[in-house]
Write a protein of this length. Structure first.
Length: 153
């Protein structure tokens, strides 16, 4: 079975510098990264290639079938594979889950491209586990990008 590639992008009225800082500051990250309907907690943040963090995404209204780790949460382990200041961040993402549909490591590449009066931010998720539907994932990524825009604009 081949794994999917999912993409989302958004124009944000902020500089690549401001956006880059929001990715590498755990206090900012918990404010914009969780998609609608979730909140986040971060543990062990180390912003360097080879470093990473553990994020607990908590559903505000849990559903027995919603969480990958438990009914009310997803636990995500992230390792920074590459960090190019103000240009690109590559994260290797895995979920704590007993369900094999969420097994494996997803590669999430964020690209920051300066454009007139702002930045185009693009997420490209590769090797997406089969348990993550493309429409739902794209909506989640778009929600995070909307949160990022709301934080910075």
């Amino acid at each position: 079975m081949s794994l999917s590639v999912h993409r989302a992008s958004r124009f944000i009225l902020a500089t690549p510098h401001a956006i880059f800082r929001a990715f590498l500051d755990p206090e900012s990250l918990v404010n914009w990264r969780p998609p609608a309907g979730m909140r986040a907690e971060i543990r062990g943040f180390n912003a360097r290639p080879g470093g990473g963090y553990r994020m607990v995404l908590i559903y505000k209204a849990p559903d027995a079938s919603a969480g990958k780790t438990a009914a009310d949460r997803d636990i995500v382990n992230v390792r920074f594979a590459d960090i190019e200041p103000e240009t690109r961040i590559v994260e290797m993402v895995s979920f704590d889950s007993r369900d094999p549909a969420f097994a494996g490591t997803m590669k999430l590449t964020t690209t920051l491209r300066p454009v007139d009066d702002g930045t185009e931010v693009t997420f490209c998720a590769e090797n997406v586990p089969p348990g993550i539907g493309e429409d739902e994932h794209r909506q989640g990524m778009e929600s995070s990008l909307r949160n990022l825009a709301n934080l910075l604009e």
